[in-house]
Each structure stands twice: as structure tokens, then as C-alpha cells.
Design a binder for this molecule. Structure first.
Ligand code: FUB
Length: 339
């Protein structure tokens, strides 16, 4: 819900109707990427702060500087803030705006993937490494070669291959890229032009670089045609996530300016993917961003909203709710606030 439309909202009522409450309240957190490592839930969120920068379509008001990892013994258990995991001042190539991160583990090491702006104002994606899932993480000296835009999500397939999905429109700069080249004059396509797609690549065995050139992950409609740019209710905007359910690949994402979390399914990590429906209806706040994770044979949606800050779009709180699949593998749409 855009920030300018919130003046009529009674937040006490909203909080009573919310299907879940913020996992932590002593700081603002967003963009939760949840994983189960060694039987425990670890959430890698953005750490929202009031940076004092006015709202604009470039997202400059999202002035985050660091990351904290949240851990939980179960989705209903206490959420623990494990303190500073990585600060932008300790990332040699980055200057500002530590946006939505993700993490992966391999051979006892933990890898934190994160987007940030370089001094020239261009987003790239970096990696920082730790022996612990909660950090502290040590950043690699340079961003991942070939990376651009925002919102990395790293998926580990059953064969031990890791893939990164990324990209985001407007503030995330994806509209400025064509064939992996940046040009500030490129704009988001409109109307019947083809929609922009998320970007993906397999990670190399050291988890610090891409093993191949990055490529688009195409999302098709029910007729097998790529989604169009004017299809704002369904086209990809940001917040990639990949999970696997009953052998099928589920790619989920935010539609940005229409505020839905949607998903598409495919038969392999590269796609194509076919649009299936909505997972989460709009939350309080402009952005919607999520992850999906299995814990003890139940599936959970980690997401955020701006109810705790009473609608301040860049001061969000991470939440969790169970999701269910029907017998055909369709995810039941969640309404974040009950009627
Ligand atoms: O948190 C900053 C940005 O807002 C994220 O990178 C987007 O996905 C949106 O949630």
C-alpha cells in the first residue's frame, strides 16, 4: 500500500487483524531470507533505519548500513537478534544501501550475499564469509563479477548445485540493463512490450563467483507467452526466491507497484517458469518481500510489513505465517490481515 494512502488506517485495528506479529520489535527488519541450517531457523533480513532521506521512486530512503541475523528454534519460538553481522564500512567495494540479503552454507562455511551501491551509485552484489551462520562475516574485496541490480536469492538444488536469482526494477536499476549492459537511458518497458525478467546464474564451486554468464529467467502466462510489461499484477518487479516442492521448482517474487507476492513453477532451475498465482496479498507499506522455507514438514512464508512503524514504508518488521499447498501443488493465497 503506497505510503501516501495510509492516513485513514487505524493501526490498532490492523494489528489485531494481522495474521502474525513482528518477530522482533527492538529494531526494524525487512526482506527476510529464511533457511534451516543444522535444524535451526536463520533469518537474513535487511536492517531498516531512519536515514533521513525523503521518499522517492529510487528508494533512496532505504539507507540501510548493516545486517543482523535472527535465529529461532522453531517458527513459533523466540526470535533472537545475534548482533552485528556485517557493516557497509567493512565492505571495500560498497558505499551505501545494504539492501535485501540472502545466505547459503557449504562445507561448514556460511556465505552472506548482499546488494549495495558502489560510490558511483550503481548496485552490485557481493559475498561475505563466516564460519558461523550468524557471522560476523568477512566481505570479499570486490563485488561478484557479472553481478548487478539487487535482491540476491541463493537456492541449493538436490544435486548440490547453487544458483543465484537477482534483480529489481526502479531503485534496483534492472530497467537500465539490456543483455547485461548498463545504460541509464534504458527504461522499464511498457504496455505490450515484454516484461523485464529476473536474472540468474549458477554459482561456481567456491561460492564466490558465477560459473556461467548471467541469463534471464523467463516467466510465461497460461498460454505459454512471456508476461508483458503492462501486466503489472503479474510481472516480475523484485524479491526473487526459489524453493522446491514435490520435485517442482517454485520461483516467487514481488510485483512491486501492485504489491503482490506471486509465484511461477518450472521443471528446472533455469525455467521457463509459468505464472501460477498469488501467495500474499498487499501488506501495509509499499514493498513486499518474502522467503519460503520448510521446517519439520510444514512450509512457512517469511515476509514483512510496516504495521509496527504505523505505515512508514522504509521501517518494516519481519513476520512469519504458515502456507499450505493443495493436492495440485497450488499455494493458497494469504491475506495478511483478516476481515
Ligand atoms: O529493502 C530494500 C528493498 O526494498 C529491497 O531490496 C526490495 O526487495 C524491497 O523490499
Amino acid at each position: 500500500m503506497p505510503e501516501e494512502n495510509i492516513s485513514h488506517i487505524n493501526f490498532d485495528e490492523i494489528n489485531k487483524k494481522a495474521i502474525s506479529q513482528p518477530l522482533i520489535k527492538h529494531m526494524y527488519t525487512a526482506d527476510p531470507s529464511a533457511h534451516v541450517f543444522n535444524g535451526k531457523i536463520y533469518i537474513y533480513p535487511s536492517h531498516d533505519i531512519e536515514a533521513g532521506i525523503p521518499f522517492n521512486d529510487n528508494g533512496d530512503h532505504f539507507g540501510m548500513e548493516d545486517y543482523h541475523v535472527i535465529s529461532m528454534d522453531s517458527p513459533t519460538g523466540e526470535a533472537k537478534d545475534n548482533g552485528l553481522a556485517l557493516h557497509v564500512k567493512d565492505v571495500p567495494w560498497a558505499e551505501r544501501q545494504m539492501w535485501a540479503p540472502d545466505a547459503a552454507t557449504k562445507n561448514g562455511k556460511y556465505y552472506l550475499y548482499f546488494p549495495a551501491k558502489r560510490a558511483n551509485g550503481i548496485f552490485q552484489i557481493g559475498v561475505a564469509i563466516s564460519d558461523s551462520p550468524v557471522g560476523p562475516f568477512i566481505a570479499e574485496p570486490e563485488a561478484i563479477e557479472g553481478s548487478y541490480s539487487i535482491d540476491p536469492a541463493v537456492f541449493c538444488d538436490d544435486d548440490g548445485s547453487y544458483y543465484m536469482y537477482f534483480g529489481g526494477i526502479w531503485g534496483g536499476q534492472l530497467q537500465n540493463y539490456r543483455n547485461n549492459s548498463y545504460d541509464v537511458n534504458h527504461k522499464e518497458p511498457v504496455g505490450n512490450e515484454l516484461a523485464l525478467n529476473p536474472i540468474m546464474a549458477k554459482l561456481s564451486s567456491d561460492m564466490k563467483s558465477f560459473d556461467e554468464s548471467v541469463k534471464e529467467l523467463v516467466i510465461l502466462d497460461e498460454n505459454g507467452k512471456p508476461l508483458l510489461a503492462g501486466d503489472n499484477d503479474r510481472r516480475f518487479f523484485e524479491a526473487s526466491w526459489m524453493h522446491k516442492y514435490n520435485g517442482k521448482y517454485y520461483f516467487s517474487y514481488s510485483t512491486g507497484d501492485t504489491h503482490f507476492i506471486c509465484y511461477a513453477t518450472g521443471d528446472n532451475p533455469y525455467g521457463p517458469f509459468t505464472y501460477q498465482g498469488r501467495i500474499l496479498n498487499p501488506v501495509i507499506g509499499w514493498t513486499s518481500h518474502h522467503s519460503i522455507c520448510e521446517f519439520e514438514n510444514k512450509w512457512y512464508l517469511f515476509y514483512h510489513d510496516s504495521s509496527l512503524s504505523e505505515g512508514v514504508t522504509h521501517l518494516r518488521s519481519v513476520k512469519v505465517a504458515e502456507i499450505t499447498y493443495d493436492e495440485n501443488g497450488k499455494i493458497q493465497t494469504l491475506d495478511p490481515y483478516l476481515e
